[in-house]
Design a protein around this ligand. Sequence first.
Ligand code: AGP
Length: 607
Amino acid sequence: MCGIVGVLGKHEAAPLLVEALKRLEYRGYDSAGIATVNDGKLDRRRAIGKLVNLSDLLVHNPLAGKSGIGHTRWATHGAPSVKNAHPHQAGDVTVVHNGIIENFMELRAELNNNKIKCETDTDTEVVALLAKYYLSQGLSPAESVKKTISRLSGAFALAFLFDGEDDLMLVARRGSPLAIGHGDGEVYIGSDAIAMAHLTSKITYLDEGDFAQLSRKNIQIEDRNGTIVNREEKNIDVSSIAIDKAGYKHFMAKEIAEQPLTLAKTIKNYLDEDAEQIRLPKNDIKLANIDCLTMVACGTAFYAALTAKYWFEKIARIKVEVDVASEFRYREPPVTKETTAIFVSQSGETADTLAALRYMSSQNAKIISVVNVPESSIARESDLVLPLYVGPEIGVASTKAFTAQLTVLALLALKIAKTKNVITEAQYCIYLEELKVIPELINQTLSIESNIQKIAAELVSSQDVIFLGRGAMYPLAMEGALKLKEISYIHAEGYPSGELKHGPIALIDKNVPVVVIAPMDSLFDKSVSNMQEVMARSGKILLISCLKGLDKASQGTWATIVMPTIPEFIAPIIYAVPMQLLAYHTALAKGTDADQPRNLAKSVTVE
Ligand code: AGP
């Protein structure tokens, strides 16, 4: 995904745009650019790579003007380059775009037939060329943009500036988020509130299909039918979106370390005053009627859903189907009445997850979403939103959001079990007490960091790493593999321990570290026998367990990580921490960028 920003201000736009882009850089960092209108004249600066390159360019080649738009890119069409960087310009029009124009090839062909040549490899360029074409046909800027967006299929959040127009910005959204910020005689736009938190706390979120004409003194919003509408102006708690590393080397390190605090906040928000009952936001979903759940997500959020399947089935006695959104959305499975679907998404903007949600909505399923951004697209289309309350997660690798997703899903499973009366009051209280100690146990677990640093110093030279887990630790094995892959670029796979002998054990030799996640639970002995199968083939075992487990099974292992003794119910949440720390310190040892790993973006708002 990309990030777009804009300002119609009273002061120079360039510094405000660069600061806003800094806050959106987690959305993509292949290139960045800004454009301004200065005394009616459009101009732009663009640079490949991270935002710092654009900042450096602006020092040597400043850009004046109080009206501006900006963009930070995660490349979808066209390699990262200055040529393909936004803003794209065609004559008197410049535009920035987040999303994908799916029919851009047909539009390119049509423009070609009209002797209008594209100069870039991007889909976005056709938007600028079409707007320029309609302007040349005598349409006004607003009519040109409306005509242009009527020709587009796919997803977009767009912001346009025009030569000769110092006090006009046109914006539109379909399938990608876009917000307007209200200043004192100024107006801003951004892909999310974070982009504008340093400028204002007064935010208006545009709805799907909205088009808006902005000037410093007036904002006119039209809905998808062209009707002029008012959208609610919200006061966002900008303090909760303070974006800084608080002294840590990376956002990821900060977000791992703050999990005891963030999870305490998450849990507190779901318990009533005397902390004896789980309280959900107001909703009309009949929890007692739920007998089957469909859970859909991507990446780490998918592993949270896969973990929760064990809780919903074992504790709430509910059948659960879990799928990755990119598969689910095209499977279009039959949906029986009373089906409830849960969508898990940190950003609340992941295109595949949103598309899967829309399919389930079209089938009249009840929609629950577990998100970290309550005003996100996924949240706005849900019947019940369960926020994570962990504050913005900037590191591309999801950490505090993952443990919060697990915690919220565990609370939901418990709430449904209690509502359906499938657990005793005594068992309910035990589970609830166990959930309440999560922050303390995470805090204790963080003390293993120095041991993990040593292990990472050896792990960093591996080509391949295997993660094994049984039961609810199996999804965690896959999450551990994903964390390592995505920030250290070392190939890693997560398997159910019992599956190894059905083929993957052929991969084992003395150069392949095998991370065995084995708390002392009901499956511990099974995990140990799988571990011994690996050691019998000179596999290098890293065993993660509690002291008792290590006493029983650590002989012959390459390394061990000792965990506190943890109740089986919440073990997957606490055991996420060694996965996160192992990946982070391996990335540090490797010298990769833990916060902004290559090829990735924080939320993938394109297919
Ligand atoms: C997780 O570390 C990755 N960054 C990625 O797999 C992420 O979990 C996935 O893209 C889903 O994002 P979402 O939770 O915002 O929907």
